[in-house]
Structure formats: C-alpha cells, structure tokens
Design a protein around this ligand. Structure first.
Ligand code: FES
Length: 181
C-alpha cells in the first residue's frame, strides 16, 4: 500500500481483547517458519502474508503483536507493511483487482480497463465496495510487460486483458468463483 503520513504521537491504536496472532498461529509459525530463516526477522514477510490472508488487512494491534513475537520493533513491522502493495492496514474486499498502470500497460490501454472497472463497480483506486466484495487498486509494473495490459485478481495474474475478459473475471468473482487470498 502507499505511504501514509499521520501524527503518530497522537494516533490511538484500536485494540480488541482477543489477539490477532492466535496461539495456533504462533505455534505454526514457530514450527514451520522460524526454522527456515537464519534470523527471526526473516519470518516477518510470511507472517504478514498469513495475517493479511486471515484478516484481509493487518491491523495496528497485529503489528505490535508480531513485533513482540519476533523481538523486533513495531516500526520495523510497520515499515514492511507500508512498503509492500500486498499488505493493507484497512480491510480489503474478497476480490482485490490490481490493474497495472505502468508504462507498457499504459501504452496498451490500461486506462480503458481502469475506467471500465471504476464505472462498473463505482470505485476509485484504493476503494472497496460497501458489500466488501471488491477492492480496486492501480499497481506499478507487475513484471509482465510483454503481455500488457495485465491485472491481478487476488494473486492470479491475467494477461492480454480486454474489457470483455475483465467483465468475465468480475462476473466470476461476484459469483464467488474468484477465490480469495
Ligand atoms: S508495465 Fe504493466 S506489467 Fe510491466
């Protein structure tokens, strides 16, 4: 997600009694993830991925819990969360549509696709529909310039897109066939 500026000294972190990093999750991370990395910090990305998958975002409270679990600072966790497009601090929809807006896709008509999705779903980039179904993102180069224009529907890359293909993908996702990440 994009960088945010906020008055961190006065920001209140909403808290819930139940931890986001459950005992079961921590046990799994300890068993499956930590042994794979030389430092505990190495496990940060897969842990964040797990949390994003589970909660559709990474709440601030969860970042504190992860910091504690890995014995690193909350700032290190937050830096990572805000650096990567795949992590969100607000809940995203069940289907996240990420349209590439970098140069090759731009030349191949990404704007037409973006406008179509904006109109069809009534969303601007970084917004989520009220029913929680769809989030629209405009992303930087997805590394598939030779098959532009491309977009991610959750974690699946779709290439050589046309408005018809995008409509089909949205229809499938609306029926629940889009899967989620
Ligand atoms: S510019 Fe879109 S994939 Fe590279």
């Amino acid at each position: 997600m994009s960088w945010q500026t906020k008055p961190s000294s006065t920001t209140k972190i909403p808290r819930r009694a139940e931890p986001y990093c459950s005992d079961a999750m921590k046990a799994r991370w300890t068993k499956d993830l930590l042994p794979r990395y030389a430092t505990k910090q190495g496990a940060l990305l897969p842990i964040l991925h797990d949390l994003q998958h589970e909660y559709r975002h990474i709440p601030y409270q969860a970042m504190l819990e992860v910091a504690q679990f890995l014995s690193i600072t909350p700032a290190e966790v937050m830096d990572t969360v805000t650096f990567y497009e795949e992590f969100h601090t607000e809940p995203v929809g069940q289907c996240v549509i990420g349209i590439c807006q970098s140069i090759a896709c731009e030349v191949c008509g990404h704007q037409k696709l973006l406008d179509h999705v904006r109109n069809r779903l009534g969303l601007e980039p970084h917004e989520t529909t009220d029913d929680g179904r769809f989030t629209l993102l405009a992303l930087e180069c997805l590394g598939s310039c030779d098959t532009a224009p491309v977009a991610l529907f959750n974690e699946t890359l779709h290439e050589n897109l046309t408005i018809e293909k995008v409509d089909r993908l949205i229809d499938e996702a609306a029926k629940g066939g889009g899967g989620h990440h």
